[in-house]
Design a protein. Sequence first.
Length: 382
Amino acid sequence: MEFNIPTKIIAGEGCVVANAKQLGLGKRCLIVTGHSSAVRSGALSDVRQALDSIGAGYAVYDRIGENPLLSACAEGARLARDTGAEFVVGIGGGSPLDASKAIAALAANDMPDPMGLWDANVNVNPPLPVVAIPTTAGTGSEANAYSVLTLDGRDVKKTYSSPNTFPRLAFLDARYTASLPERSTMSCAMDAACHCLESYLSPKSTVFGEVYALRGIELIAPALWSMADFGGEDDFAAYIAPQREALLTGASMAGIAISITGTGFPHPMGYNPTLYCGVPHGLACGMFTEAYIEYCGAAGGATGERLARFMRSAGMSAGEYAALFNRLLARADIRLSRGDVRLDEWVTNAGGASNFANCFAPYDTAGIRGLYETVCERYMTL
Ligand code: NAP
Ligand code: FE
Protein backbone atom coordinates (compact mmCIF):
# COMPACT_ATOMS: atom_id res chain seq x y z
CA MET A 1 0.00 0.00 0.00
CA GLU A 2 1.21 3.47 -0.85
CA PHE A 3 -0.01 6.84 0.27
CA ASN A 4 1.55 9.85 -1.39
CA ILE A 5 -0.12 13.22 -1.75
CA PRO A 6 2.71 15.30 -3.21
CA THR A 7 0.69 18.52 -2.95
CA LYS A 8 1.65 21.00 -0.27
CA ILE A 9 -1.58 22.53 1.05
CA ILE A 10 -1.50 25.96 2.67
CA ALA A 11 -4.82 26.98 4.19
CA GLY A 12 -6.26 30.00 5.94
CA GLU A 13 -7.52 33.50 5.36
CA GLY A 14 -4.96 35.59 3.47
CA CYS A 15 -2.71 32.56 2.83
CA VAL A 16 -1.74 33.53 -0.75
CA VAL A 17 -0.28 36.93 0.06
CA ALA A 18 1.15 35.76 3.39
CA ASN A 19 3.03 32.92 1.64
CA ALA A 20 3.96 34.76 -1.56
CA LYS A 21 7.54 33.41 -1.54
CA GLN A 22 6.25 29.86 -1.94
CA LEU A 23 4.70 30.89 -5.25
CA GLY A 24 8.17 31.37 -6.67
CA LEU A 25 8.33 28.16 -8.69
CA GLY A 26 9.98 29.99 -11.58
CA LYS A 27 10.58 33.43 -13.07
CA ARG A 28 7.31 33.57 -15.06
CA CYS A 29 3.98 31.81 -14.91
CA LEU A 30 0.73 31.45 -16.81
CA ILE A 31 -2.34 32.18 -14.70
CA VAL A 32 -5.26 30.04 -15.90
CA THR A 33 -8.82 31.10 -15.04
CA GLY A 34 -12.46 30.86 -16.05
CA HIS A 35 -14.36 33.85 -17.39
CA SER A 36 -14.84 35.98 -14.30
CA SER A 37 -14.73 33.99 -11.05
CA ALA A 38 -11.01 34.63 -10.47
CA VAL A 39 -11.73 38.36 -10.44
CA ARG A 40 -15.06 38.19 -8.58
CA SER A 41 -13.66 35.95 -5.85
CA GLY A 42 -10.72 38.28 -5.18
CA ALA A 43 -8.23 35.46 -5.80
CA LEU A 44 -6.67 36.93 -8.95
CA SER A 45 -5.92 40.20 -7.26
CA ASP A 46 -4.20 38.37 -4.36
CA VAL A 47 -2.16 36.26 -6.81
CA ARG A 48 -1.06 39.35 -8.77
CA GLN A 49 -0.02 41.04 -5.53
CA ALA A 50 1.90 37.96 -4.40
CA LEU A 51 3.66 37.51 -7.77
CA ASP A 52 4.53 41.22 -7.93
CA SER A 53 6.00 41.05 -4.43
CA ILE A 54 8.43 38.30 -5.45
CA GLY A 55 9.18 39.80 -8.87
CA ALA A 56 7.65 36.93 -10.87
CA GLY A 57 6.17 37.78 -14.27
CA TYR A 58 2.88 36.43 -15.58
CA ALA A 59 0.41 36.25 -18.44
CA VAL A 60 -3.28 35.44 -17.93
CA TYR A 61 -5.29 32.92 -19.94
CA ASP A 62 -8.94 33.47 -18.98
CA ARG A 63 -10.78 31.40 -21.58
CA ILE A 64 -11.51 28.18 -19.71
CA GLY A 65 -15.22 27.38 -19.79
CA GLU A 66 -17.18 24.90 -17.68
CA ASN A 67 -16.33 21.28 -18.50
CA PRO A 68 -13.08 22.46 -20.09
CA LEU A 69 -12.42 21.67 -23.71
CA LEU A 70 -9.18 19.97 -24.70
CA SER A 71 -8.79 22.61 -27.46
CA ALA A 72 -8.86 25.43 -24.86
CA CYS A 73 -6.09 23.64 -22.96
CA ALA A 74 -4.05 23.43 -26.16
CA GLU A 75 -4.56 27.17 -26.70
CA GLY A 76 -3.53 27.89 -23.10
CA ALA A 77 -0.44 25.72 -23.55
CA ARG A 78 0.58 27.71 -26.66
CA LEU A 79 0.33 30.92 -24.63
CA ALA A 80 2.37 29.33 -21.84
CA ARG A 81 5.14 28.43 -24.30
CA ASP A 82 5.00 31.76 -26.15
CA THR A 83 5.32 33.71 -22.89
CA GLY A 84 8.05 31.48 -21.44
CA ALA A 85 5.99 30.29 -18.47
CA GLU A 86 7.91 28.09 -16.06
CA PHE A 87 4.89 27.23 -13.94
CA VAL A 88 1.10 27.44 -14.06
CA VAL A 89 -1.25 28.98 -11.49
CA GLY A 90 -4.84 27.74 -11.80
CA ILE A 91 -7.55 29.84 -10.16
CA GLY A 92 -11.20 28.81 -10.15
CA GLY A 93 -13.50 25.87 -9.83
CA GLY A 94 -12.68 22.37 -11.01
CA SER A 95 -12.77 23.46 -14.65
CA PRO A 96 -9.82 25.91 -14.57
CA LEU A 97 -7.92 23.73 -12.07
CA ASP A 98 -8.30 20.61 -14.22
CA ALA A 99 -7.39 22.66 -17.31
CA SER A 100 -4.24 23.95 -15.59
CA LYS A 101 -2.96 20.42 -15.19
CA ALA A 102 -3.49 19.67 -18.89
CA ILE A 103 -1.97 23.01 -19.92
CA ALA A 104 1.08 22.29 -17.76
CA ALA A 105 1.59 18.94 -19.52
CA LEU A 106 0.88 20.26 -23.04
CA ALA A 107 3.20 23.24 -22.51
CA ALA A 108 6.05 20.91 -21.59
CA ASN A 109 5.46 18.67 -24.61
CA ASP A 110 5.09 20.39 -27.96
CA MET A 111 2.68 18.04 -29.74
CA PRO A 112 0.66 18.62 -32.93
CA ASP A 113 -2.47 16.92 -31.56
CA PRO A 114 -3.45 17.49 -27.89
CA MET A 115 -4.85 13.92 -27.79
CA GLY A 116 -1.16 13.10 -27.35
CA LEU A 117 -1.76 13.94 -23.71
CA TRP A 118 -2.87 10.32 -23.30
CA ASP A 119 0.03 8.90 -25.36
CA ALA A 120 3.10 8.07 -23.26
CA ASN A 121 5.23 8.09 -26.44
CA VAL A 122 4.39 11.75 -27.04
CA ASN A 123 3.73 13.07 -23.54
CA VAL A 124 7.23 12.35 -22.27
CA ASN A 125 8.47 15.45 -20.44
CA PRO A 126 7.24 16.12 -16.90
CA PRO A 127 4.58 18.88 -16.77
CA LEU A 128 5.31 22.39 -15.56
CA PRO A 129 4.64 22.71 -11.81
CA VAL A 130 1.04 23.71 -11.01
CA VAL A 131 -0.28 25.90 -8.19
CA ALA A 132 -4.03 25.37 -7.59
CA ILE A 133 -6.28 27.94 -5.96
CA PRO A 134 -9.91 26.78 -5.68
CA THR A 135 -12.79 29.25 -5.76
CA THR A 136 -15.41 26.50 -5.37
CA ALA A 137 -15.64 23.92 -2.57
CA GLY A 138 -16.36 20.79 -4.53
CA THR A 139 -14.06 18.96 -6.89
CA GLY A 140 -10.97 18.67 -4.70
CA SER A 141 -8.97 19.03 -7.93
CA GLU A 142 -6.42 21.08 -5.98
CA ALA A 143 -5.45 17.93 -4.07
CA ASN A 144 -5.48 15.24 -6.73
CA ALA A 145 -3.98 14.36 -10.10
CA TYR A 146 -7.19 14.26 -12.18
CA SER A 147 -7.85 16.53 -15.11
CA VAL A 148 -11.36 15.90 -16.45
CA LEU A 149 -11.52 17.23 -20.01
CA THR A 150 -14.23 17.42 -22.67
CA LEU A 151 -13.24 16.19 -26.12
CA ASP A 152 -14.20 18.77 -28.73
CA GLY A 153 -17.28 17.97 -30.76
CA ARG A 154 -17.83 14.62 -29.09
CA ASP A 155 -19.89 15.42 -25.98
CA VAL A 156 -17.75 13.08 -23.95
CA LYS A 157 -15.40 13.53 -21.01
CA LYS A 158 -12.00 11.90 -20.72
CA THR A 159 -9.83 12.02 -17.62
CA TYR A 160 -6.11 12.65 -17.88
CA SER A 161 -4.00 11.78 -14.89
CA SER A 162 -0.49 10.67 -14.08
CA PRO A 163 1.58 10.49 -10.88
CA ASN A 164 3.16 13.85 -11.72
CA THR A 165 -0.10 15.75 -12.39
CA PHE A 166 -0.75 16.54 -8.74
CA PRO A 167 -0.50 20.29 -8.14
CA ARG A 168 2.81 21.16 -6.48
CA LEU A 169 1.04 23.62 -4.18
CA ALA A 170 -2.55 24.47 -3.24
CA PHE A 171 -3.86 27.53 -1.39
CA LEU A 172 -7.20 27.17 0.41
CA ASP A 173 -8.80 30.48 1.33
CA ALA A 174 -12.55 30.09 1.92
CA ARG A 175 -13.09 33.81 1.21
CA TYR A 176 -12.66 32.98 -2.49
CA THR A 177 -15.78 30.79 -2.35
CA ALA A 178 -17.99 33.49 -0.76
CA SER A 179 -19.18 34.82 -4.14
CA LEU A 180 -20.39 31.40 -5.32
CA PRO A 181 -24.19 31.54 -5.82
CA GLU A 182 -26.61 29.26 -3.96
CA ARG A 183 -27.16 26.67 -6.70
CA SER A 184 -23.44 26.32 -7.46
CA THR A 185 -22.63 26.07 -3.76
CA MET A 186 -25.11 23.20 -3.43
CA SER A 187 -23.81 21.49 -6.54
CA CYS A 188 -20.19 21.69 -5.41
CA ALA A 189 -20.98 20.46 -1.89
CA MET A 190 -22.90 17.56 -3.39
CA ASP A 191 -19.91 16.72 -5.63
CA ALA A 192 -17.59 16.62 -2.61
CA ALA A 193 -20.06 14.44 -0.68
CA CYS A 194 -20.24 12.09 -3.69
CA HIS A 195 -16.45 11.85 -3.69
CA CYS A 196 -16.46 10.85 0.01
CA LEU A 197 -19.15 8.19 -0.45
CA GLU A 198 -17.88 6.78 -3.74
CA SER A 199 -14.32 6.64 -2.41
CA TYR A 200 -15.30 4.95 0.84
CA LEU A 201 -17.30 2.30 -1.03
CA SER A 202 -14.49 1.55 -3.48
CA PRO A 203 -12.49 -1.68 -3.22
CA LYS A 204 -9.39 0.46 -3.81
CA SER A 205 -10.09 2.23 -0.53
CA THR A 206 -7.24 2.11 1.99
CA VAL A 207 -7.15 3.11 5.64
CA PHE A 208 -5.40 6.35 4.67
CA GLY A 209 -8.06 7.28 2.14
CA GLU A 210 -10.83 6.32 4.55
CA VAL A 211 -9.63 8.92 7.02
CA TYR A 212 -10.15 11.61 4.38
CA ALA A 213 -13.49 10.24 3.15
CA LEU A 214 -14.99 9.95 6.63
CA ARG A 215 -13.60 13.21 8.02
CA GLY A 216 -14.56 14.89 4.75
CA ILE A 217 -18.23 13.91 5.05
CA GLU A 218 -18.23 14.94 8.73
CA LEU A 219 -17.29 18.43 7.61
CA ILE A 220 -19.60 18.57 4.58
CA ALA A 221 -22.82 16.96 5.89
CA PRO A 222 -23.81 19.77 8.32
CA ALA A 223 -23.48 22.28 5.48
CA LEU A 224 -25.72 20.11 3.27
CA TRP A 225 -28.40 20.21 6.01
CA SER A 226 -28.07 23.98 6.27
CA MET A 227 -28.51 24.40 2.54
CA ALA A 228 -31.57 22.13 2.47
CA ASP A 229 -33.10 24.08 5.37
CA PHE A 230 -32.40 27.53 3.94
CA GLY A 231 -35.75 29.20 3.65
CA GLY A 232 -34.71 32.07 1.44
CA GLU A 233 -35.49 34.52 4.23
CA ASP A 234 -31.90 35.81 4.38
CA ASP A 235 -29.19 36.46 1.89
CA PHE A 236 -27.83 32.96 1.08
CA ALA A 237 -24.21 34.16 1.02
CA ALA A 238 -24.47 35.49 4.59
CA TYR A 239 -26.44 32.44 5.75
CA ILE A 240 -23.88 29.92 4.53
CA ALA A 241 -20.76 32.00 5.31
CA PRO A 242 -19.96 30.21 8.63
CA GLN A 243 -19.86 26.87 6.78
CA ARG A 244 -17.62 27.90 3.89
CA GLU A 245 -14.34 26.91 5.52
CA ALA A 246 -15.60 23.46 6.56
CA LEU A 247 -16.92 22.94 3.03
CA LEU A 248 -13.61 23.88 1.42
CA THR A 249 -11.55 21.74 3.78
CA GLY A 250 -13.97 18.83 3.43
CA ALA A 251 -13.90 19.11 -0.36
CA SER A 252 -10.10 18.99 -0.45
CA MET A 253 -10.13 15.96 1.82
CA ALA A 254 -12.62 14.31 -0.51
CA GLY A 255 -10.30 15.14 -3.40
CA ILE A 256 -7.47 13.33 -1.62
CA ALA A 257 -9.76 10.35 -0.95
CA ILE A 258 -10.59 9.93 -4.66
CA SER A 259 -6.94 10.36 -5.61
CA ILE A 260 -6.51 6.90 -4.05
CA THR A 261 -9.69 5.23 -5.25
CA GLY A 262 -11.27 7.08 -8.16
CA THR A 263 -15.06 7.48 -8.17
CA GLY A 264 -18.04 5.16 -8.49
CA PHE A 265 -20.84 4.98 -11.08
CA PRO A 266 -22.71 8.21 -10.19
CA HIS A 267 -19.82 10.09 -11.83
CA PRO A 268 -19.90 8.65 -15.38
CA MET A 269 -23.71 8.54 -15.18
CA GLY A 270 -23.67 12.25 -14.33
CA TYR A 271 -21.39 13.31 -17.19
CA ASN A 272 -24.21 12.94 -19.75
CA PRO A 273 -26.83 15.19 -18.04
CA THR A 274 -24.00 17.71 -17.65
CA LEU A 275 -22.84 17.70 -21.26
CA TYR A 276 -26.25 17.24 -22.96
CA CYS A 277 -28.55 19.14 -20.59
CA GLY A 278 -26.25 21.59 -18.77
CA VAL A 279 -26.85 20.14 -15.28
CA PRO A 280 -23.89 21.25 -13.12
CA HIS A 281 -21.46 18.43 -12.31
CA GLY A 282 -22.25 17.95 -8.59
CA LEU A 283 -26.01 17.98 -9.09
CA ALA A 284 -25.64 15.58 -12.00
CA CYS A 285 -23.72 13.07 -9.87
CA GLY A 286 -26.12 13.67 -6.98
CA MET A 287 -29.05 12.61 -9.20
CA PHE A 288 -27.67 9.06 -9.05
CA THR A 289 -26.73 8.99 -5.37
CA GLU A 290 -30.02 7.57 -4.10
CA ALA A 291 -29.77 4.70 -6.58
CA TYR A 292 -26.14 4.14 -5.58
CA ILE A 293 -27.04 4.00 -1.90
CA GLU A 294 -29.93 1.63 -2.52
CA TYR A 295 -27.72 -0.57 -4.70
CA CYS A 296 -24.95 -0.76 -2.09
CA GLY A 297 -27.45 -1.23 0.74
CA ALA A 298 -29.15 -4.06 -1.13
CA ALA A 299 -25.80 -5.81 -1.60
CA GLY A 300 -25.68 -6.26 2.18
CA GLY A 301 -22.67 -7.98 3.76
CA ALA A 302 -19.44 -6.02 3.85
CA THR A 303 -20.80 -3.39 1.42
CA GLY A 304 -23.85 -2.78 3.62
CA GLU A 305 -21.61 -2.51 6.67
CA ARG A 306 -19.38 0.03 4.97
CA LEU A 307 -22.41 2.04 3.93
CA ALA A 308 -23.62 2.06 7.55
CA ARG A 309 -20.15 3.13 8.75
CA PHE A 310 -20.14 6.01 6.27
CA MET A 311 -23.58 7.14 7.37
CA ARG A 312 -22.44 7.23 11.00
CA SER A 313 -19.83 9.83 9.96
CA ALA A 314 -22.47 11.69 7.97
CA GLY A 315 -24.62 11.71 11.10
CA MET A 316 -27.74 10.26 9.49
CA SER A 317 -29.25 7.06 8.16
CA ALA A 318 -28.88 6.02 4.51
CA GLY A 319 -32.55 6.87 3.97
CA GLU A 320 -32.10 10.34 5.48
CA TYR A 321 -29.00 10.86 3.34
CA ALA A 322 -30.90 10.02 0.14
CA ALA A 323 -33.83 12.20 1.22
CA LEU A 324 -31.45 15.09 1.93
CA PHE A 325 -29.95 14.78 -1.56
CA ASN A 326 -33.43 14.75 -3.08
CA ARG A 327 -34.42 17.89 -1.17
CA LEU A 328 -31.31 19.66 -2.43
CA LEU A 329 -31.96 18.48 -5.98
CA ALA A 330 -35.53 19.78 -5.74
CA ARG A 331 -34.22 23.16 -4.55
CA ALA A 332 -31.88 23.20 -7.54
CA ASP A 333 -34.90 22.82 -9.85
CA ILE A 334 -33.26 20.55 -12.42
CA ARG A 335 -35.13 20.35 -15.73
CA LEU A 336 -34.30 17.92 -18.50
CA SER A 337 -36.03 18.33 -21.82
CA ARG A 338 -36.93 15.00 -23.43
CA GLY A 339 -35.20 15.86 -26.69
CA ASP A 340 -31.86 16.32 -24.94
CA VAL A 341 -31.99 12.98 -23.13
CA ARG A 342 -30.44 10.85 -25.86
CA LEU A 343 -30.36 7.50 -24.13
CA ASP A 344 -28.59 5.51 -26.84
CA GLU A 345 -25.65 7.90 -26.75
CA TRP A 346 -25.73 8.19 -22.97
CA VAL A 347 -25.63 4.43 -22.45
CA THR A 348 -22.70 4.14 -24.88
CA ASN A 349 -20.82 7.04 -23.27
CA ALA A 350 -21.28 5.83 -19.70
CA GLY A 351 -21.13 2.10 -20.41
CA GLY A 352 -17.40 1.80 -20.97
CA ALA A 353 -16.41 3.53 -17.74
CA SER A 354 -14.39 1.52 -15.26
CA ASN A 355 -16.25 3.26 -12.40
CA PHE A 356 -19.02 0.64 -12.47
CA ALA A 357 -16.57 -1.97 -11.23
CA ASN A 358 -15.18 0.45 -8.65
CA CYS A 359 -17.57 -0.58 -5.89
CA PHE A 360 -17.55 -3.47 -3.42
CA ALA A 361 -20.72 -4.56 -5.23
CA PRO A 362 -19.80 -4.00 -8.93
CA TYR A 363 -22.75 -2.58 -10.85
CA ASP A 364 -24.22 -4.67 -13.64
CA THR A 365 -23.92 -2.31 -16.61
CA ALA A 366 -26.92 -3.91 -18.31
CA GLY A 367 -29.01 -1.78 -15.97
CA ILE A 368 -27.64 1.58 -17.13
CA ARG A 369 -30.51 2.40 -19.47
CA GLY A 370 -33.12 1.50 -16.84
CA LEU A 371 -31.37 3.63 -14.25
CA TYR A 372 -31.26 6.59 -16.64
CA GLU A 373 -34.95 6.15 -17.46
CA THR A 374 -36.01 6.04 -13.81
CA VAL A 375 -33.86 8.94 -12.64
CA CYS A 376 -34.38 11.23 -15.64
CA GLU A 377 -38.16 10.82 -15.59
CA ARG A 378 -38.25 12.73 -12.29
CA TYR A 379 -36.66 15.80 -13.83
CA MET A 380 -38.21 15.67 -17.29
CA THR A 381 -40.11 18.74 -18.43
CA LEU A 382 -41.75 17.86 -21.76
P1 NAP B 1 -16.63 25.07 -12.60
O1 NAP B 1 -17.08 24.38 -13.84
O2 NAP B 1 -15.19 25.31 -12.40
O3 NAP B 1 -17.39 26.48 -12.48
C1 NAP B 1 -18.80 26.52 -12.52
C2 NAP B 1 -19.27 27.96 -12.53
O4 NAP B 1 -19.03 28.57 -11.27
C3 NAP B 1 -18.57 28.83 -13.57
O5 NAP B 1 -19.55 29.64 -14.17
C4 NAP B 1 -17.62 29.66 -12.74
O6 NAP B 1 -17.35 30.92 -13.32
C5 NAP B 1 -18.39 29.83 -11.47
N1 NAP B 1 -17.57 30.12 -10.27
C6 NAP B 1 -16.49 29.45 -9.82
N2 NAP B 1 -16.05 30.00 -8.66
C7 NAP B 1 -16.87 31.05 -8.39
C8 NAP B 1 -16.93 32.02 -7.35
N3 NAP B 1 -16.10 31.99 -6.31
N4 NAP B 1 -17.88 32.97 -7.42
C9 NAP B 1 -18.78 33.01 -8.45
N5 NAP B 1 -18.77 32.12 -9.45
C10 NAP B 1 -17.83 31.14 -9.43
O7 NAP B 1 -17.28 24.29 -11.35
P2 NAP B 1 -16.81 23.06 -10.44
O8 NAP B 1 -18.04 22.38 -10.03
O9 NAP B 1 -15.85 23.51 -9.40
O10 NAP B 1 -15.98 22.11 -11.44
C11 NAP B 1 -16.62 21.19 -12.29
C12 NAP B 1 -15.58 20.55 -13.19
O11 NAP B 1 -14.65 19.81 -12.39
C13 NAP B 1 -16.21 19.55 -14.17
O12 NAP B 1 -15.57 19.65 -15.41
C14 NAP B 1 -15.93 18.22 -13.50
O13 NAP B 1 -15.90 17.14 -14.43
C15 NAP B 1 -14.58 18.48 -12.86
N6 NAP B 1 -14.28 17.61 -11.70
C16 NAP B 1 -12.97 17.33 -11.44
C17 NAP B 1 -12.64 16.52 -10.36
C18 NAP B 1 -11.20 16.21 -10.04
O14 NAP B 1 -10.97 15.38 -9.19
N7 NAP B 1 -10.24 16.85 -10.66
C19 NAP B 1 -13.63 16.01 -9.53
C20 NAP B 1 -14.95 16.34 -9.80
C21 NAP B 1 -15.25 17.15 -10.88
P3 NAP B 1 -16.06 31.23 -14.27
O15 NAP B 1 -16.35 30.67 -15.62
O16 NAP B 1 -15.98 32.68 -14.25
O17 NAP B 1 -14.88 30.53 -13.65
FE1 FE C 1 -16.86 15.01 -9.06
